[in-house]
Design a protein around this ligand. Structure first.
Ligand code: DUT
Ligand code: MG
Length: 581
């Protein structure tokens, strides 16, 4: 995982410090049984109270040093893992922000959230665990083996049988457990996915009374999760008792053989106790190792998922030089034989050979049936996506040479789907211009026909939106989002069907004030209603990704079949409505 190298470099030293203290702690643990054996064998059996006290003191001292080591290691490992997790999370967040729309489409938003939260936490926990127990376990295991062998070389023969046997059992445990464990992870992902889908569509679910269907879907996923978990537990269930049995048989053998040797005067009782202590320490560390391996499997899956995001390259390039728009080209947009598909070159094109221009100061209407590619077309202008072939020019410059960041400074987009953020109305508007004054806010709100309803709200511009705040109607939100765009004082304004929830008169007023608000503004206006675009300087008609007509209303109504159809269907209906009224 290449991206982890940075953190390895940064936290390597602290990590080693934690390992150092961990070693002290482990050494303390290793010495204890031997000292105890001495106390029993020399002190107690020799009735030497002074020796017992001296060795007891030593034992206390070692315990103290071990405790200090443990505390230091605890402090370091918590700090390092927390810092590492926080940094990884914010790096990932920054990376996600830099992703192109194509990449975001690819990952699916919800999964990016899981990567940012759950996956980072898994890796963080693993790093923490690594510093706490992982290194300690092999240390204790090998150390205990050596100490035990030094203490009683003959009894170590039992270890030579028991330890490989336990090792084998643990290995088999992991072999059986891993694949099943991965399946549990997958099932859990599925439970999360169903839940996410339900929550994001909860209104629709309730509206269509699909509650039972959703519940069933959830129960299915949940049951699958249960089955998988039970399968793991069942497969694993024989191993722990088997390990315990093996070790206990080993202890039995130690006591039995040790007893014989004590009888023969070749060995002392304390050594047997110490030996058994070492044996349980070995067992304990082997079990810890297997536990950490479990954590490792999870962390590895998470690391890979995070790595996928970091590996995602933004293929957009640009030239560094400052973009100077010549005065006469400022606000100009040109499409030249543009073809575009969401899958990238070779995919099903949603725009085919589009050629047209918006001159500075023009208002260009964009109309066409739903799915005809209107939004896709305007998405190319702020470089949300790059065209597969053909050229898009803004201010007379090829977009492929322009820094998207700089490009977007000079334009404002009102997206089809209104997005407002938690916070006050004023804060939301200021997205358009951070340092906007109150007058500027009011002027933009006025132009977007939003001022009136904002002033009626109890707290006016300071009214909080979103969670715990007020909820606005669809049309009110649309007008706020127009005001936000206007505040930017852009050269190019793109309105993607953003008056769909506003009544016809209000829409007409908004359109009238747009021109007055900002002179020389190039405006691209997408609409479903033909009345919204009828008075534009130029109307572009899209049909199924192709440009099928361009011109003024009068020209199109004569020549363009698609335009005629839209006109007939909409205006016809409205006349009909008038008659009924
Ligand atoms: N499309 C995608 N991926 C997207 C967005 C759209 O594949 O992220 C497809 C769906 C459709 C085509 O592109 O077949 C054109 O969609 P677009 O949103 O551009 O259509 P529209 O003219 O804006 O439709 P509407 O009036 O419903 O907004
Ligand atoms: Mg659209």
């Amino acid at each position: 995982m290449g991206y982890l190298a940075k953190y390895r470099r940064k936290y390597g030293k602290s990590f080693m410090a934690a390992i150092f203290f961990l070693t002290i702690e482990a050494l303390g643990d290793l010495l204890q049984p031997t000292i105890m054996a001495k106390i029993i064998d020399v002190g107690v059996s020799g009735r030497d109270m002074g020796y017992v006290l001296r060795m007891g003191g030593l034992m206390l001292l070692i315990t103290l040093i071990g405790a200090v080591g443990a505390s230091a290691r605890n402090i370091i490992s918590s700090r390092v893992s927390q810092k590492f997790g926080t940094e990884l999370r914010s790096d990932l967040f920054r990376k996600i922000q830099s992703l192109s729309f194509r990449s975001i489409d690819k990952f699916e938003r919800a999964s990016l959230v899981t990567r940012l939260t759950n996956d980072v936490t898994q890796v963080q926990n693993f790093v923490n665990g690594l510093m706490r127990i992982f290194v300690k376990a092999p240390l204790l295991c090998i150390g205990s083996l050596i100490m035990a062998a030094r203490l009683e070389p003959e009894l170590s023969l039992i270890l030579a049988v028991v330890v490989p046997l336990v090792g084998l059992l643990i290995f088999m445990n992991m072999r059986v457990g891993f694949p099943r464990f991965l399946k549990v992870q997958k099932a859990l992902d599925q439970v999360n996915r169903v839940m996410r889908e339900y929550l994001s569509g909860v209104r629709v679910v309730k509206a269509f009374n699909r509650f039972n269907y959703e519940t069933e879907k959830f129960q299915e996923a949940n049951a699958e999760y249960q089955t998988r978990s039970v399968a793991v537990m069942r497969a694993m269930s024989i191993f722990n008792p088997a390990i315990m049995l093996t070790v206990n048989l080993g202890i039995l053998a130690v006591i039995w053989l040790g007893g014989i040797r004590v009888d023969q005067g070749q060995m002392q009782v304390g050594s047997i106790i110490a030996f058994i202590n070492y044996m349980t320490q070995i067992l304990f560390s082997l079990m810890t190792i297997s536990m950490v391996f479990n954590m490792f499997v999870r962390a590895r899956a998470s690391t890979a998922r995070i790595g996928d995001v970091f590996a995602e390259e933004n293929p957009m390039t640009w030239k560094e030089e400052a973009a100077f728009a010549s005065a006469e080209a400022k606000g100009r947009i040109d499409f030249e034989n543009v073809t575009f598909s969401y899958e990238g070159e070779g995919g099903e094109p949603v725009l085919k050979g589009i050629t047209f221009s918006c001159l500075p100061g023009e208002t260009v209407g964009l109309i066409g049936s739903t799915g005809s590619g209107k939004s896709s077309l305007v998405n190319l202008i702020p470089r949300f996506y790059d065209a597969d072939s053909g050229t898009v020019r803004v201010n007379g410059r090829d977009l492929r040479e322009m820094d998207p960041h700089q490009l977007r400074e000079s334009m404002a987009v009102v997206p089809q789907k209104t997005v407002l953020f938690t916070g006050s109305i004023a804060a939301n508007l200021k997205w358009g211009k951070e340092d906007a004054t109150r007058e500027q806010l009011e002027r933009a709100a006025q132009a977007a026909e939003a001022a009136e309803f904002i002033e009626k709200l109890p707290e006016g511009y300071e009214t909080k939106l979103g969670q715990k705040g007020v909820n606005l109607s669809g049309g009110q939100k649309q007008r706020l989002s127009i005001a936000r765009a206007l505040l930017r004082e852009p050269d190019i304004l793109i309105l993607d069907d953003c008056t769909s929830a506003v009544d016809v008169e209000t829409e007409a007023r908004i359109k009238a004030s747009l021109k007055a608000y900002s002179r020389g503004l190039t405006c691209l206006l997408i609409a479903q209603r033909i009345t919204s675009v009828m008075d534009a300087d130029k109307i572009v008609v899209l049909d199924n990704g192709e440009l099928v007509g361009i011109g003024t209303h009068d020209e199109l109504i004569k020549e363009c079949r698609v335009y005629q159809e839209i006109y007939r269907s909409q205006i016809g209906k409205e006349l009909h409505a008038d008659v009924n009224a």
